[in-house]
Design a binder for this molecule. Structure first.
Ligand code: NAD
Length: 716
């Protein structure tokens, strides 16, 4: 053994070839945490000092190669100064370059996932052999960063500017065929022969058949293309990247700029430039938010794991009641992810519509070559449309998605309960009716909970699992597991009007209503909020949700929280509703909708909206963007804090993720609670105070006042 550490070992094999192996003890994956980096440094020193070493292969003792840096270390690390962060990169790079500069040929055997620092490690080798099953990529931009262990330096020098920009600025994870086509790896082999292939490649280098130093040298020098060509390549790809990423996501463009900046430099100078650039992006609020988001997502998965541990039941057969927009979507999603589902309705026509919708969604996948026709047929056969309860005694979980009417829902739920086997779980997809009150119709309320999907089901990642007063832990466990099984992200919440997402979304719409009342232009508000990062502004969003649905839900919220959400003026959405302008669903709401060439609804301006609302609003005037943002965002943020106070949601991470998955809260802002953090609790309370005269939705909740007094934040 040449070296043996906690994460890395180096051992001499036959013929003077050493194996440098990553195998982080006590973890299921390899990652670059402080220990691994330190270990690698020591292993490289040991390899350098051993004169018997004639060549090196790099391998992994795990199923993955190396998944990347340890992101849990980022939060603290990025609190340091730019100089300190750059210093950390340079230190890591010294380990990498010491390895790259070993006086012997080096070949990496990429057996599984190699992302970020994992791929950057592979790039320090002279050659890379990849398993046909592995995947590689540099996804740092997804965290608001770019590669900081030499990725921006070695990639353009190895695969050219255009390819490097694509790999780094888009942050994709790629299969072997793409990796070899673009030159990121040198060979692709079957997993069983990977290690031998790497050893053979070292042997060929040693036999002088392959010039590894020529290959290595490509990475040590400045970019070899003529300066003019380089400039053109950076300019064209830069313009494309800037347009794709948009102003709110600066990292991809920063990566392009840093690559251009160090294009004329040799390796070590280029690495310094990369480190400086990395430190700059690491200090952006976007990086803070996106790293936070990644960690919040992990935390939510852990929390869900704990819920499931309470003992989820079997999930071999599902059923859905109602074959409408939601029921059809749920049936599709369940079948698509492999859980057979019975779809029951009271009308033949509805069943046809539900099946047609599933067929359409699957056909789209076939068209895009994401599925073959045989798989489509198999998936469709997993949805069984029916008008009766035959076979319900074999069902493990039932989701009710009939019309939004408490009486009908209660009778349908009670009827279904009578057909089910012991221990089967019932859930309702209601958007506004109390789960605890629906449960009163049931004999076994403990086996019942809410399971709130979002429209369109196939696209929206969130499912709220709503615990009623009598819901058992096993029921929660089973529904969390079912949501995960069908590819959704569940968040467990307690019962209250609007549950979590709508309870937080409707005060935001309340803020919109007040802005309109005071003379704001709905198009101007939409523009400001879209620039803020929302996929669509509030008026457009209401049109998409459906004005009728929105007005109904707003009434429920007003009854639930009259002290804050009962308004003393006529809201513009009510005006739209009274004029039968229901939004996208009937072609006109705040905007008018026409079909584009692909048959998708296209939003166009409709001046009659202004005439209709005129009698109910103040004279139109311009509002400062900051005021619009404050008046829209404060109500959402104060309400989500109240949900934490009221224990509707368990943790800040779950609360933020629900808003990102459920309503497209701008990810680069990390979620409403992280948004408060970015402003500071004290400053946010001051902002609330400034607008508190507008009504209860602007008042700072006690929890926030306490946090402001103690200088606390939601995320450390
Ligand atoms: N549409 C949305 O955006 C959305 C989002 C989240 C939740 N929801 C909720 O989902 C539920 C369904 O909404 P939708 O938009 O799919 O409605 P929908 O009107 O499209 O579908 C309802 C279906 O239920 C069927 N139905 C009525 N009574 C039935 C019974 N006794 N047994 C079986 N089927 C019966 C109807 O024939 C119809 O096919 C509602 O509770 C709604 O609040 C809707």
């Amino acid at each position: 053994m040449i070296y043996s550490g906690k994460a890395v070992s180096a051992q001499l094999l036959d013929d003077g070839i050493a194996e440098l192996k990553f195998d982080l003890q006590g973890e299921s994956v390899n990652k670059f945490n402080r220990d691994t980096m330190e270990d690698l440094g020591k292993a490289v020193d040991a390899l350098k000092a051993d004169s018997k070493v004639k060549g090196v292969i790099v391998t992994s003792g795990k199923e993955v190669f190396i998944v990347g840096a340890d992101i849990t270390e980022f939060t603290d690390m990025f609190k340091q100064t730019e100089e300190e962060i750059a210093g950390w990169c340079i230190k890591a790079n010294q380990v990498f370059t010491a390895f790259e500069d070993l006086p012997v040929p080096t070949v990496c055997a990429i057996n599984g996932i190699a992302l970020g620092g994992g791929l950057e490690m592979a790039l320090t080798c002279d050659f890379r052999v990849m398993s046909s099953q592995a995947q590689v990529g540099l996804p740092e931009v997804k965290l608001g960063l770019f590669p900081g262990f030499g990725g921006t330096v070695r990639m353009p020098r190895l695969i050219g500017v255009d390819n490097a920009v694509e790999w780094i600025a888009a942050g994709g994870q790629h299969r072997a065929d793409k990796a070899i086509k673009d030159g990121v790896v040198d060979a692709v082999v079957e997993p069983a022969v990977l290690r031998d292939a790497a050893i053979n490649l070292v042997k060929e280098c040693l036999a002088g058949k392959i010039d590894h130093m020529a290959k290595r040298n490509e990475k040590l020098v400045a970019l070899t293309l003529p300066a003019m060509e380089n400039m053109m390549a950076f300019q064209t790809s830069g313009a494309f990247v800037a347009q794709q990423a948009g102003k709110n996501y600066p990292a991809p463009m920063a990566a392009v700029n840093v690559m251009q900046q160090h294009a004329t430099m040799t390796r070590d100078k280029a690495l310094e430039a990369e480190a400086k650039g990395f430190a700059k992006v690491a200090k952006t609020p976007q990086a803070t938010a996106l790293v936070g988001l990644f960690l919040a997502d992990q935390a939510v998965k852990k929390t869900n794991g704990k819920f499931v541990k309470a003992g989820a039941g079997d999930l071999n057969q599902a059923a859905v009641l109602g074959a409408g927009i939601m029921g059809g979507g749920i049936a599709y999603q369940s079948a698509f992810k492999g859980t057979p589902i019975i779809m029951k309705d009271i009308a033949d026509k509805a069943l046809d519509l539900g099946m047609n919708e599933a067929t359409k969604l699957l056909a789209k996948r076939v068209d895009r070559k994401k599925m073959d026709a045989a798989k489509m047929g198999k998936t469709l056969s997993m949805i069984r449309p029916t008008l009766n309860y035959g076979d319900f005694d074999n069902v493990d979980v039932v989701v009710e998605a009939v019309v939004e009417n408490a009486k009908i829902k209660q009778s349908v739920l009670a009827e279904a309960e009578g057909k089910l086997k012991d221990g089967a779980i019932l859930a309702s997809n209601t958007s506004t009716i109390s789960i605890t009150s629906l449960a009163t119709a049931l004999k076994k309320p403990e086996n019942f909970a809410g399971m709130h999907f979002f429209n369109p089901v196939s696209m929206m990642p969130l499912v709220e699992v709503i615990r009623g007063e009598k819901t058992s832990d096993t029921t929660v466990a089973t529904l969390v597991k079912y949501a995960q099984k069908i590819g959704k992200n569940p968040i467990v919440v307690n019962d209250c009007p609007g549950f979590l997402v709508n309870r937080v979304l409707f005060p935001y719409f309340g803020g919109f209503g007040m802005l309109m009342r005071d003379g704001a232009d709905f198009q101007a508000v939409d523009k400001v909020m879209e620039k803020f990062g929302w996929p669509m502004g509030p008026a457009y969003l209401m049109d998409v949700v459906g004005i009728d649905t929105g007005v109904h839900a707003a009434q429920v919220m007003a009854e639930g929280f009259p002290e804050r959400m009962q308004y003393d003026f006529k809201d513009v959405s009510t005006v739209m509703f009274e004029n039968e302008r229901y939004g996208q669903k009937n072609g006109v709401g705040f905007y008018k909708y026409e079909e584009d060439k692909k048959g998708k609804p296209k939003k166009v301006v409709d001046d009659t909206t202004y005439d209709l609302i005129k009698p109910h609003v103040a004279e139109r005037k311009e509002f400062d963007a900051d005021e619009v943002i404050a008046r829209m965002m404060i109500p959402m943020c104060t309400e989500i804090v109240r949900c934490l106070e009221d224990n509707i949601v368990g943790t800040a991470a779950e609360a933020d993720m629900a808003m990102i998955y459920g309503v497209g809260f701008p990810p680069f802002r990390g979620g409403p609670l992280r948004y408060i953090d970015s402003i500071g609790a004290k400053e946010f309370v001051a902002l609330c105070d400034k607008y508190a005269h507008l009504g209860g939705i602007y008042e700072a909740p006690q929890l926030l006042k306490d946090m402001a007094a103690k200088g606390q934040s939601f995320f450390g």
